[in-house]
Design a protein around this ligand. Sequence first.
Ligand code: ATP
Ligand code: MG
Length: 290
Amino acid sequence: MDLKPEDFQNLDKLGEGAAGTVRKVMHRPSGLIMAKKSITADPDPAIQRQILRELAFLKTCNSPHIVSFFGVFLDDGDTTIAICMEYCEAGSLEDIYKRARDLGGVIGEPVLERVAESVCKGLVYLHSKHVIHRDIKPSNILVTKKGEVKLCDLGVSGELINSLAQTFTGTKYYMAPERIQGAPYSVQSDIWSLGLTIIEVSQNRPALPPPGQPHLSIFELLDFIVHQPVPTLTSEHISKECKNFVSVCLTKDPRSRPGPQRMLQHPFIRMWENVEIDLSSWIKEVWNWT
Ligand code: ATP
Ligand code: MG
């Protein structure tokens, strides 16, 4: 499908991150509803072309655990890069746990298991295509109205990562210790971020900075991640298998930290293997959909 800026009609604004704005849009020629992420583009046309080329890789990603991609183009008079993807009606896990918090509830273990399993399967798929996600966190894990859990915002464009790094103001809470110490990204770094994500989603607040020290500077926080004990899942209603899954994800030494394929063999995943978990009814309840 060839996407052109003038073919889109803006519907709602879905959210805003450090890199840009995400809108619900309608692609008029096809009638499809999509999510369009607009990122301020580097003014250099050669860099823009390179980013578009690299992002085109997303077209080859085809997995139930990865948000589908419709296309990318220059928008707003060539000042932004627009990435069009599948619209996930239930929003991100961040939206969902904040909603649960507002309702006075917590997200239960069966949902945590489906999240862990879907993320690991998504990472196995990406790994088979030699891609590392690089930004696993609750806002980059989306849920559809059918209750499917999918990864978005894959780190497939080195040039886009470079150009965002120059203006980057976002959080670095999810960064693995080896990354802080300058080692290259590996699929194991994504597993670290998954561990922090599960703690955050189950406790309705980020695992870091640690609760007792909310005002750490960025330097102190990075130092904490490298040198202090890792965060743990403490809730009483959580099984020891789930807690252990998280602590294996948060193994500090990346050489001893398993990749996604091995995490899928963990007793926490096995334990829920033959249990039906109805995420579509759960999501209806969360958002009060009838
Ligand atoms: P950061 O910029 O720090 O990475 P972020 O991931 O929240 O934060 P964006 O990627 O711009 O920033 O996304 C903003 C919000 O838009 C998300 O939190 C989510 O609520 C919403 N969103 C993003 N993509 C989609 C999508 N495909 N379908 C539905 N909602 C989406
Ligand atoms: Mg995002």
